[in-house]
Design a protein around this ligand. Sequence first.
Ligand code: HEC
Ligand code: HEC
Length: 193
Amino acid sequence: MLRHSPLKLALGLCITISSFVSFQSVSADELIESCNSCHNPTKKNVPVINGFSAFALETSLLAYVDDFRVARTYEGEDMKSIMKELSDADFKKIIDHYPSQTFTPIKQAFNPELAKKGKVLHDSYCSRCHTEGGSLADDDSGILAGQWKAYIIEEMNNYKNGSRIGDKKMTEVSKSLSDEHIQALAEYYASQQ
Ligand code: HEC
Ligand code: HEC
């Protein structure tokens, strides 16, 4: 049985994807290939999405569509514009594809001392929702272990400054963290390779 927070349930139930406009129909392979032109390990600071649970993927993508989170411009594009152009059918192709893929952690440098501090913070403040070091897709809370450090830091700061609205407790805990805490947590997730 997957655990869903009330906010996530509300997001799932209240947001319709009928606002998607389809400009053209693409095959599932073409669509996934276009996503993977950025979502691959050679693209620095782009999150790994292979192996996400269907629920986490859906929540994450709908947050862009419904302006619950900001998107940065990357190689001239941004996730909000990309998502707002997709049809319901395209959305389904995405949800059908990524959860069956294998999550491969990013190989990146990390600071072992800070990673140790990060683990202590994680175990106290994060592990009840992000279990197994933040590596379990079935938590439905994304996968933190093995993500790019800069991505984790950016998203934590977005929760903290209110530009990403998500799980209420998740948002609350982010506001109690200093820059040093966030850095240490990111080093800990990066250390899991
Ligand atoms: C031009 C590069 C680019 C393309 C193309 C792209 N993405 Fe992204 N994506 C990003 C970046 C950069 C981020 C993270 C930063 C942000 O939101 O600003 C991201 C974030 C995401 C996230 C959020 C992950 C999380 O952990 O919450 C998901 C899910 C995602 N993309 C799925 C997709 C899908 C599905 C497609 C294809 C329809 C796609 N992306 C196409 C660059 C891209
Ligand atoms: C009460 C449960 C809960 C707690 C505690 C919690 N989180 Fe989360 N977190 C979530 C959920 C649910 C999501 C999924 C997205 C959302 O709701 O915004 C999430 C998303 C995230 C993301 C974004 C992942 C992505 O793929 O973009 C990061 C980073 C994160 N959490 C880090 C942390 C850290 C670090 C802590 C501890 C300081 C923490 N979380 C504590 C529930 C929690």
